[in-house]
Write a new protein. Sequence first.
Length: 368
Amino acid sequence: MGRKGALFLKKEGGLLYPVSLVPEGELLLIKVERGSHYLNQGDISAILLSLSHDIGGEVVNAVLSGERVQQPLLYHYVTPRTWVERGGVVGLLGHEGPLIVELGFGNGEFLEGVVDSYRRVVGVEISNWAIKKTLRRLSDRGAYVLLKAPGAWALRWLFSPSSISALFVLFPYPWPKKPSRRMIQSGFIEAAACAIKMEGEVVLATDHSEYASQIETLFRGSSCFLEVPFPLELNTKYLRKWKAQGLDIYCMAYRKVKEPKGCRDPEVLLSCSMDVPGLPVRELWEGFSPWGFPLPWGGYFKVEECFYCQATGALLFLTVLQDPELCLHHYLFLYRGGRMDLLSTWGEVVTPPLAWAMRRVRDRFSGA
């Protein structure tokens, strides 16, 4: 092939899964790009094996099993798209009772301790392993939803203002070599101040002293929060692990005492597509080099890679949207007929920064 190519597989439910064919020596590696979640892993494995047969190849190593994973109870597990389509917290769990949210729930041990005590519990996690393990742990337990999404992103875009009664962030990964990737940054404080109710609390714990100092500085610098005594007796996997190693544990809690300025309901779209007529698709692919631009909200948007499908004459762009708190990869699918779509693989929704970036990409291609 000479360089990377791409095929596009249509999955049930209307989702498309990008599959890249990567030459490596005399072999042709078939790989599903980022985005597919564990609930479809068995289906993806079967399709990859079928694809290798269709193109006349031989499978020399398969890293996915074809085992089908049992589906969770309806709406116990949701993607952001399902979350929005079902009306968020109110549509999924009703509006009665306090809303308890944990960002980054790990193996689900803390959630297990609260699902029987509250009528509305939401766990937010990006790890497939953690979601799978927690669904098993919480089987037939309480009223809860596990939302597959980055924690800081979900807090900003998927929760209505003043909707959360208690927010828990217990032992977030400290990113010791890349502090800029930590969940708790200045934008996190702003999002939490909007999403948490008056007199609601955010409860945090970490074993990393420098991260603890950063968290304390950020919350103490906000006029919306007041430090309060830590309200819990924690007993989680990571707490036991760190204590067994003799590490110090830093526990913090802050109560919301003031409404921030400018809070409004998040604006997200379920899809975003636009016309970009008259494009020389193959020429764009052959002359491609990475490029990007800053975002008005802060951060950066970059088009990193380009894949070309000779069979359909379509391009697939791998992009990264880096805001001040986190980065997310997306796929832009450019059809030969001049249509550009966001390729949604595990149910992402379109936030204002992403929609704005897509318009900038369109304008660049169209020469506007």
